[in-house]
Design a protein around this ligand. Structure first.
Ligand code: GMT
Length: 381
């Protein structure tokens, strides 16, 4: 099949999932995959005859206060679909991708070309941005006019049905990791590069530092852990709350124990050296970073919000707590970290839990959705 994937090219979860999905579809199933987005996706580290990238260029006109990205995207979609005889379009994130996809489909219809559209909902396109009254009609319309819709967790599916007037079936297909690729990668884990004192516990947080990630809660939990156990915190990522988090540490003399690493392409090296992962978010449709931590045998202490309990099983892969319960999160983390037997049990269980999300099952599920969408469009023409 020739599949075009539209996504955000950044470090964010939806872009990572879309890129890894495209790579896996091409590598293990022989599909031809075309990524269409405004810059080279960060995780797209291989290109070839079956894996292509098309940049959406938005001409800048001083005449316009806002440059029309959707217009440029839908025009690019039409161009790529025609040129490469694309069979199906898979858009990740409803805003504005599903909307632009619909416009492209309409333009293509005029040229006698039919284009099935699959939309995958990721989270903030529904729970934060999408439910805004300003966008709601466009998001509802785009979801209802897709040929198939998937959501990355049961929780996100329920939120979508609650917040929008949905006349579509929504299939839950979780995010994924690639166990075989991970095992084959054989990472040389050098913990001492991060912390020479091997007695110190390494705690990690990875996010885009948006307010909903509650990075100050991460720091507060860490402070409590540090009172009981020698430890170091790695803050990985960049975003609006980074300055606030840095200032918090500076004011409390924490900068010797907290490292701000920025956005990193060396997540594997960071996670393989980590003892615990913290994710105290106030909203999370899935929590891909937590799953990636589990793949590296890192237990997760998180909130029990949104899709997180579907990913992080309480008392198995880690522990989950109500939003803002700093004391409980710290006590839970200390319980895991202070006893080597308990820690090792959680490490093994975290990895076992990650296996439930292996790429192979997920790829097959997406292929079935694609086949159904193609059939649906064929039958209606
Ligand atoms: O919040 C982020 O980390 C970015 C955001 C995105 O759109 O890339 O992540 C969303 O999609 C990820 C992949 O499906 C999920 O793992 C995240 O939980 C989800 N974020 C939220 O729901 C807040």
């Amino acid at each position: 099949m020739k599949i075009a994937i539209v996504c955000y090219p950044t470090f964010g979860g939806s872009g990572v999932v879309a890129t890894e999905l495209g790579k896996a579809l091409s590598r293990s199933k022989g599909h031809e995959v075309h990524f269409i987005t405004y810059s080279h996706p960060v995780r797209l580290d291989e290109l070839g005859a079956h894996l292509r990238f098309h940049e959406v260029d938005v001409p800048q006109y001083v005449l316009f206060r806002y440059q029309p990205y959707e217009l440029a995207l839908s025009s690019k979609l039409v161009e790529v679909v025609q040129k490469h005889q694309i069979d199906l379009l898979h858009v990740h994130y409803a805003i504005p991708h599903a909307y632009a996809a619909y416009m492209a489909r309409k333009m293509l219809e005029d040229m006698g070309i039919t284009l099935p559209i699959v939309t995958t909902l990721h989270g903030t396109d529904i729970t934060l941005v999408g439910k805004n009254q300003l966008y709601k009609p466009a998001v509802t319309f785009s979801i209802n006019h897709s040929d198939a819709v998937t959501a990355v967790s049961k929780s996100l599916k329920a939120d979508t049905i609650k917040l929008f007037d949905i006349k579509q079936d929504i299939q839950v297909i979780p995010n994924f990791i690639d166990i075989q690729k991970h095992l084959a990668s054989n990472i040389q884990c050098n913990r001492s590069l991060i912390e020479p004192d091997l007695n110190k516990k390494i705690i990690t947080h990875i996010s885009n530092f948006r307010p909903l990630k509650r990075v100050v809660d991460v720091l507060k939990v860490f402070q409590k852990i540090k009172e009981q156990l020698p430890s170091k915190l790695l803050m990985v990522g960049h975003g609006p709350e980074r300055k606030k988090a840095y200032q918090y540490c500076k004011n409390r003399n924490l900068l010797n124990d907290v490292m701000f690493l920025g956005e990193s392409s060396e997540i594997q090296k960071i996670l393989c050296a980590s003892d615990l992962f913290l994710l105290p978010s106030e909203s999370e449709s899935f929590g891909l970073a937590a799953l990636e931590a589990m793949l590296h045998k890192v237990p997760v202490v998180s909130t029990n919000i949104g899709g997180l309990p579907e990913v992080n099983r309480h008392n198995y892969s880690g522990l989950t707590y109500p939003l803002g319960d700093i004391q409980a999160m710290a006590e839970g983390a200390i319980k895991i970290l202070s006893n080597p037997q308990v820690h090792s049990k959680f490490q093994k269980q975290a990895f076992e839990n990650a296996k439930r999300f292996d790429v192979n099952g997920v790829i097959r599920a997406y292929e079935k959705v694609y086949e159904k969408a193609v059939m649906k469009v064929r039958q209606s023409t």
